[in-house]
Design a protein. Structure first.
Length: 139
């Protein structure tokens, strides 16, 4: 493989790393914004039609809550049920919703910050590896 091919691959990898890092940063920023400016409410967990039992592989349940304006909102859960933390039909969850867009919520104690931090770490690592690769191939 020639030096030019290596540099092109490194640039493509660097772009991918930047996208991964930005995705993680955007997710964290959005979660923090909703937690800071949002309104707390209790949401009722409702099983989606066609879901079977408490199987975590079944579709994400619906969350139903009322806004301060009295609007009833029903959306798919932004977090999946797990065996350790299932979302059973009839459970209630504390959420924070964006008053400007009640369909945008954060479920308390189920935020996916670890996933966002993972994207940031992986993207930064790919970006650094691309820079090292270009540095090693430079004449």
């Amino acid at each position: 493989m020639s030096t030019a091919d290596t540099v092109v691959m490194a640039v493509i990898a660097a772009c991918g790393g930047c996208v991964m890092t930005l995705a993680g940063l955007t997710g964290l920023r959005e979660t923090r914004r909703i937690e800071r400016t949002g309104i707390r409410a209790w949401a009722l967990v409702k099983r989606t039609p066609g879901a079977c039992g408490d199987d975590p592989s079944s579709p994400r349940p619906l969350l139903q809550f009322s806004t301060e304006a009295g609007q009833v909102v029903e959306i798919a859960s932004p977090v999946p049920a797990t065996r350790r933390r299932p979302l059973r039909d009839g459970d209630t969850l504390l959420i924070t919703y964006d008053p400007a867009d009640p369909g945008t919520i954060v479920v308390h104690n189920r935020e996916r910050r670890l996933l966002d931090y993972g994207f940031i770490a992986a993207g930064t690592l790919v970006l650094l590896l691309a820079v090292v690769l270009v540095g090693l191939t430079a004449p």
